[in-house]
Design a protein around this ligand. Structure first.
Ligand code: GLC
Length: 464
């Protein structure tokens, strides 16, 4: 998208020479002074081009590449460049795993690098890395800020500074095959984990008997990374085992209900979930389920438009529902989502902030909803008829968002990443059979107390 200076110069020189030939009618040789004139003109042109290209700014944006998000961001960037010819947006694709992205970002930010101007940040990082980002209150009016979900703005406010603008909201849902539930005589998607297991076993057995040997009941995210923290929080909280560390700063994870929930998931492996689930991230699970090889999938909303596209094996054969309930009597959907933040070490803070304002504008969020099914961060999007017509499931999602469960990033800030890493590693050790849940959680409690300096406490029953 950047026109090289050299090419530009050759082009200008060519045009000037051609023009001078036309004007002088001179076919080569001779007229020294007009040749000289042409060269002088070309030099002047080059100079003025250099001056104007030095006004040109490049804004480097680190963005996600899951599902259709990169593609649709590229389209938006192009629109911005057309409206702002003095800005080039360079999109840099970031790793799929949130944990890997975290390490990369921290490496740049701690080195005060200007490699990226804009960072797409996970909802859990505000407390851990907010100090590296500019305050958007200097760039956006309060009335504009009020158009975003209040909870997201609160999440991104650190010591009174708005360190990132919410871009899209995530909350996990259960994807299920409507055709298969009907085929095996089930009227509704599962309301409890127990029901889910029963349905998964029956359908898996039936499908295998019909020759689909690689068919499984349930796929999810079991690799040792941030995604596993999200999945495991859902099992634990829905079962009454709390939210790892409570909002009032107590380490609550070492309890029977949590151990029971993690054991339940470990027991799925090899029974209703493939052994390879412990190597799966979002896209692995989606590809398997979308290929028609599983009944249920736990995933974020981005998978919906991909699953209903023409090349999907499950097109017209699926729906979404809230995740099943555990012993607590309620389900749990981990709250996720991504923001855009501008680095304090950027050489182009003003321009970068303008780009963020554009990318998070209503117009672009609508485009992202229509073309990539991304669930935006502005309230009004959910009353937009065009968007709802294109994505009728947005209505279901809105209620899932409202009841979603945040990870404990606020109480443990700035140590969330450490807390989460200790949690997912501990859960992982149970999934792969290395440890039994009770003993894994006992050591985890010890570790979390050490990281946070908090005492132990009783698991949180309801979260505001
Ligand atoms: C999704 C969520 C994000 C979460 C990640 C885990 O991208 O939006 O919040 O951390 O998944 O894999």
């Amino acid at each position: 998208m950047v026109l090289s200076k050299k090419k530009g110069f050759v082009l200008v020189l060519g045009i000037v020479l051609m023009f001078s030939l036309l004007v002088t009618g001179c076919g080569g040789g001779g007229n020294q002074s007009s040749d000289q004139q042409a060269q002088d003109q070309a030099q002047e042109q080059e100079q003025s081009q250099e001056e104007s290209s030095s006004d040109k700014k490049v804004v480097k944006v680190g963005v996600g590449n899951v599902g259709k998000e990169f593609e649709v961001t590229k389209k938006a960037a192009k629109m911005y460049e057309e409206e702002n010819p003095n800005i080039d947006i360079e999109l840099v694709s970031m790793p799929e795993s949130s944990s890997e992205r975290y390490s990369l970002y921290l490496q740049y930010l701690e080195a005060q690098s200007n490699k990226l101007d804009v960072y797409q940040t996970d909802v859990i990082w505000s407390g851990d890395m907010g100090e590296h980002f500019i305050d958007f209150k200097d760039y956006m009016s309060q009335s504009e800020i009020d158009k975003f979900f209040k909870g997201s703005i609160k999440n991104n406010t650190v010591d009174g500074e708005l360190i990132a603008i919410p871009w899209f909201v995530d909350a996990a849902v259960m994807y299920y095959r409507t055709d298969l539930l009907e085929k095996y005589g089930f009227d509704n998607p599962p309301k409890t984990w127990e029901e889910m297991e029963k349905m998964a076993k029956k359908v898996q057995k039936g499908e295998r008997a019909e020759g689909k040997q690689d068919f499984w009941g349930f796929v999810w995210q079991g690799e040792a990374y941030e995604g596993l923290t999200c999945d495991a929080l859902e099992w634990v909280y829905s079962n009454g085992g709390g939210v790892i560390v409570s909002p009032d700063k107590k380490v609550t994870i070492n309890n029977e209900k949590a151990a029971e929930a993690i054991t339940m998931a470990a027991d799925w492996i090899g029974e209703i979930s493939p052994p390879g689930v412990t190597g799966m991230k979002e896209e692995d699970a989606r590809k398997m389920w979308q290929g028609g090889h599983a009944l249920f999938m736990r995933n974020w909303p981005y998978a919906y438009p991909l699953a209903k596209s023409d090349d999907s094996a499950v097109k017209g054969k699926f729906d979404i529902a809230p995740l099943p309930k555990g012993d607590s009597g309620h389900g749990a959907a981990t709250l996720g989502g991504w923001q855009l933040a501008v680095s304090k070490y950027s050489d182009n803070k003003e321009a970068a902030a303008e780009v963020v304002k554009f990318l998070t504008s209503y117009k672009i969020q609508k485009l992202r909803a229509m073309e990539a099914g991304l669930t935006g961060s502005r309230k009004a999007l959910y009353n937009d008829e065009e968007i709802i017509n294109e994505n009728p499931y947005f209505k279901t999602l809105l209620s899932v968002f409202r009841n979603s469960t945040p990870r404990p990033s606020t109480p443990v800030a700035p140590n969330y990443n450490e807390v989460s890493t200790a949690f997912f590693k501990s859960v992982y050790s149970v999934l792969n059979g290395e440890k039994e849940a009770g003993s894994a959680l006992r050591s985890l409690e010890y570790k979390l107390k050490d990281i946070t300096g908090f005492e132990s406490g009783e698991p949180t029953k309801t979260i505001e």
